[in-house]
Design a protein around this ligand. Sequence first.
Ligand code: AMP
Ligand code: FE
Ligand code: FE
Ligand code: ZN
Length: 318
Amino acid sequence: MIRRSPVLALWWHAVSVEGANVSDEGVMARLGSMTAGCDLHLHSDASDGSVAAAQLATDLGHVHMAVLTDHDTLAGSEAFAQALDSELSPPDGVELSLRWSGGTFHLLVYGYSLASTELALRIDELAMARRNRNLELLERANQAGLEITEAEVLAAAGTTDFLAKSVGRPHFAKVLVDRGYVSSIQDAFDTYLAKGRPLYSPKTLFGLEEIGPLCADLGLVAVIAHPLSLGVPLASLPDTLAKFQRQGLAGVECYYAGYSHQQRVELAQLASGLKLLITGGSDYHGSFKPGLAALSGFGDLSVAADIGDRLIERLHDR
Ligand code: AMP
Ligand code: FE
Ligand code: FE
Ligand code: ZN
């Protein structure tokens, strides 16, 4: 189920609209007339979500704005935008895994006609690296005695070719569950697939120093996804983000479904202090992330219309 219950939705708009500063009467006045929220981080079955892009857009119902941000592919973008009932036209979106030691660095890139930019060439290279990584992952699994086949992984992703779709670790996880090696997708990550676990092999090609300036030059908006996954202590995060900003980072995903209210607020204060754009989203993956809904996350997420407005303003300013 994607849609929030109407009762829950009303309750959240009444008590806590993420991104609104309660002392700002202008913002509250605008929120007063607002009925629909945003979700700027969604996955379809063009990558490791379980729902097709057009169906996902339809399931969302009426929104202020929503953006599809599949891993290393824009394949679902057009179908999603066409099926979406939104107050603002969505830009294209994509989520890229960047080189980073320690934790995980995911970059959300937003912009119109992204597929016709120079960044699209880099995205193609990333897709090729993903395919090679997937073949290596399969080999490692087999060497470890896990009898999973290429055909099974491709079937889990709903494709017949590692390059036709953005196949990812969640598809391997599903096969491991179906084969009975693990009890759940999360168990598959914890036991085998997460960074540092036996089957993990990296696929990153670029660092922010390459992608950030390119995005800035092209008028795209680069936002760090789920920034706490970097593994940087909160005390060092301001310096890290300031450095990223010098490399072209434009925003921070503060209102992330996986974060507590306190973490979201702290991240928003940090981003605001650095004059970085504040964004938010669920990271919805359908059945590949059970319990996580679009728009409302784990039930406590609500990304204000303003957040979407500011992203669009930023895209138009560039
Ligand atoms: P990939 O793009 O193939 O490297 O897979 C990355 C995707 O795997 C992420 O977007 C999540 O959907 C999922 N993922 C990564 N790490 C974890 C984890 N520790 N637990 C659950 N899912 C994860
Ligand atoms: Fe994913
Ligand atoms: Fe991510
Ligand atoms: Zn994501």
